[in-house]
Design a protein around this ligand. Sequence first.
Ligand SMILES: *Cc1c(COP(=O)(O)O)cnc(C)c1O
Length: 415
Amino acid sequence: MDHDKVRDVDPAVADALEGEVQRQRETLQMIASENHVSDAVLDAQGSALTNKYAEGYPGERYYGGCEYADEVEQLAIDRATELFGAEHVNVQPHSGTQANQAVYFAMLEPGDKILSLDLTHGGHLSHGHPANFTGQLYEVEQYEVDAETGYLDYEGLAEHAAEFEPDIIVSGYSAYPREVEWERIQDVADDVDALHLADIAHITGLVAAGVHPSPVGVADFVTGSTHKTIRSGRGGIVMCDEEYADDIDAAVFPGGQGGPLMHNVAGKAVGFKEALEPEFEEYAEQTIANAKALGERLSEHGFSLVSEGTDNHLVLVDLRESHPDTTGGDAEEALEEAGIVLNANTVPGETRSAFNPSGIRAGTPALTTRGFDEDDCRTVADLIARVVDSPDDESVLAEVREEVATLCDENPLYE
Ligand SMILES: *Cc1c(COP(=O)(O)O)cnc(C)c1O
């Protein structure tokens, strides 16, 4: 994958682009929200549709010349409808955060109440964090996971909802390794007459493949990102019942965005087509099997996993007991030096800070895309253990980096 056309104009950017491809090829991408899209999705995203203004929706645009934009957007909508079974789909949100913004803007007034999961327990900035517009525009309270078990505390949520009387309950998380019981959250929402937004950003692909229960048809609104466990390129998506369709469409455009990024909509269309193939279900199953293998082997090495394991694509490791002198930040840094890229993460009952928390989060979507199986993931767990046991030992980091290079050579990427 060269960038000759960029190089002719701008060698500095070409160097960085090629450096990034090399980085993705030669190191292990274990940030749970990342993946590698296909060459076809990259091609669609780098297409001439980046030039096209297509404000509006297929068949009702504010500009001329939209025949191909219409075709592409309708294909993305039809495929998403088939993948998720939603009554209405909007594929224009620029990202998952914009998808959530559309739901809030459509359904809430400033000052309305949001009940969402605490960020340090696996929630997301766009669910009401003080630094996000949601935390400033709405009244937000947060529920928690059970700090002992790491599982969602559905009863605690019900009590909190009865007391707070939210207008909307947000479910769906950034660092929750277990299956979410959407119906239980819907029951809570029904009991207090609140709307329910299920944000499946992390597990969009797992839901599409049918390997995680779907909130579509359960929650009032389902939002997702299109670049995490589904490989459709960077972007967001909103799904809802027909009764909310016009409000949601108006909240995406013109409510919160201008012209859609039509090249990204093309990437979504292509990625959704790929996700409709039977191989995608195998991919999603393998992603989960790999996360389980990774987690089990890490446990054997003495690491403590939040909720003691995983049902999905990620594991959350709490370092406090096994490595009391190593913060998540220390581990992240040493692992990166050894060629394993993941992120420090808060854990339930966090005693450090969000900037240097007590855990690390590791995901298998990207490794699975490049062909890793359970055995490979057990090897990766062995490597992670070697690094985190000796984060300051340069010779260990260098040895692990060699082994990472071998694993990468065996599972090539973007050839
Ligand atoms: C990743 C994520 C999002 C979307 O993030 P963007 O970067 O805006 O696409 C939304 N909600 C949750 C829970 C997430 O983990």
